[in-house]
Ligand binder design. Sequence first.
Ligand SMILES: [Fe+2]
Ligand SMILES: [Fe+2]
Length: 404
Amino acid sequence: MGRRQELEKRQMLLARFGRIIAVETRLDSLLTLIAEEVRRILDADRCSVFLIDDYKGELWTKVALGIGEKVLRIPLGRGIAGFVAKTGNAINIRDAYRDPRFNQDLDRITGYQTKNVLAVPLKGRDGKSLGVFEVLNKNKGSFNEEDEGFLRILATIAASFIENATLYEELRRSYLETIYRMALVAEFRDQEDTGKHLRRMSRFSGILAAGVGLSYQESEDIRYAAPLHDVGKVAIPDSILRKPGKLEPHEYEEMKRHTTYGSQMLARAESRLLRLAARIAIAHHESFDGNGYPHSLKGDLIPLEARIVAVADVFDALVSERVYKGAWKVTDARTYILEHSGKFFDPDVCRAFDTRFDEITSVMDEENRRAVPEDASRLMPPQHKPDHQPGHQTDHGQQTQPGV
Ligand SMILES: [Fe+2]
Ligand SMILES: [Fe+2]
């Protein structure tokens, strides 16, 4: 190819690169997309995008491992990427294993053999270092100066998109954390393992939503709104909420109002997620057969998001230890849910629960293994535990149904 055609081809690739990556706003997918495009444009075998985690003083990247992906972290200043991030200088190495700056750890983990490396810094709008672009093993020969110039241009284009996606992600995360903390506040006086319950039921809800065929975005929304299902409990007095014994009928009526209180707190919010949470709060104790509360809604009249959360919430309540009951075996809890398909629960959601059961239990195991520094349960005053009373009446209504 002549010089002129080569230039034209590169110009075309640049324009295409900008067009393609402009469409993606999710950081995760954006990084994968960028890496794949850059790899192709520079005719390299691999491309990694490393991002700086200021808080931890590390660089992180995602690498393909077997069929999955893994996040790898390296300290700033270590290895080629670490060096580039720290100094802001590009590096072009023809024989990686002979260069003292090259750190073989990543190769050892991934089983890959790096031969030549070209790495340039990724800089944000104000010149702040965001991370490093690294291409490995050029398919023919090694990287030249032209490749370096080209990678710098690609890095400049990619940087602004990465910066935007990062800011968006941070905003989303702090928003979600606020929602989660709000839910924690509401249930702080209630259960002893509130944090765990909320995280687990929230993830189960997301799995079930995807299982009934909702889109990724819809499932994510339900996942993040689900923890607020019991936010109305904040308005229930201690004398009822923390009563160790059986509730009197009038107390039980008050307890049931946590659904309407919750929806009053969340309704007419500007945020889509909070309005969704309001629909979940009001209807998560409705029963598919119309025997639930507060409005005795039946079947499809109950919002789908509430039918989903009901299964996730009850299942998690069953397998958790509560003041009024021991923790059920996972298999018993599964049978309970499936037996009440069409009664308490939507049959479609129960089917999704059945098909995705392995995913649900593995998420549960993962959450159980997790060390939880923010878990409010450790701050909770010890609660008087009465003797286990089977069928103890709870906020969930039916004498036989475990409370939530
Ligand atoms: Fe509830
Ligand atoms: Fe709950």
